[in-house]
Ligand binder design. Sequence first.
Ligand SMILES: Cc1cc2nc3c(=O)[nH]c(=O)nc-3n(C[C@H](O)[C@H](O)[C@H](O)COP(=O)(O)O)c2cc1C
Length: 319
Amino acid sequence: MLRTEICDYFGIEYPIVLAGMGGVSMHRLAAAVSNAGGLGVIGAAGLDPQRLRDEIRATRKLTTKPFAVDLLAPLPEMIRPHVTVMIEEGIKIFVAGLAVPKEFIATMHEHGMKVVVMCGKVRHAQKAEAAGADAVVAQGTEAGGHTGEIGALALVPQVRDAVRIPVLAAGGISDGRGVAAALALGAAGVVVGTRFIATPEAQAAQVYREALLSAADDSTTRTRCYTGKPARCIRNSYVAEWEGDPSRIEPFPEQVRVSYKNQVMDYTGEQGDADPFRTFMPAGQGAGMIRQVEPAGELFARLVEEAKTAIRKLNRAVS
Ligand SMILES: Cc1cc2nc3c(=O)[nH]c(=O)nc-3n(C[C@H](O)[C@H](O)[C@H](O)COP(=O)(O)O)c2cc1C
């Protein structure tokens, strides 16, 4: 058994949650993680409301287990129509990135939805709890995608001490030792992103998967050059060019438009023009641990077994 209070809270078997990676965590990956006993999360950032509905329905065709939807919520207008879709489709767990979705929390609760908020600082977690969030994710700077400056080792216990609601840990967790460590820090569970990109179920360009397989511990960097907000991704020559003079980088969301114009946002491979020297390839520092592409269900089972082994070892150390 590897069980914590978050398992009953979300109706899942193991305290491992798939990161709602925009464009990457689509129905196949979300369903695979849910079927393996974790919480699959659809990364719906970038989907229009109809595509969100399609993804939810496609996920339901592949699993009868609980799953969630993640959206970036920096501006209420960005997610208003999506919130209606989630309610209509009976989504019970919502994960919000980049902001506390304050305006929608009461309505979501009325419809039996739990609200989870991604946080990079203690202050963000306290704000989320005060607004009525049901759980927070303490996301360390190691994480792929938009991320803060504080390492998970320092952030998770500080968030745990600052709020009463359940805390999940994210950032750099790529094997079961990371899962065990997060639980030791006081987290009720973990959110794993980057490691799940190296699965056949992830929607990711081939060059992106290859970049992860060859990544080392220092292959990523935090840059505003793709979206205007600091995001951790694989370092390449496009990043180096912008970081040569960061004053040219526009704020969010203008810089996102610049990136689409420059055709550097196709990390999912849908347009078929991903270029490892230019394309945005969000990835965490745990990418250096990825050695192979493996089915999400097998990877999930391995994370569970490795976590149990790590915890047993620690138990022996104190007997
Ligand atoms: C490709 C990619 C896309 C991401 N997109 C989102 C997103 O749309 N919304 C969000 O809340 N977090 C997003 N994240 C951050 C993850 O939710 C999570 O915090 C992170 O992946 C955890 O760290 P790890 O990648 O080291 O496992 C993304 C991360 C990656 C790698």
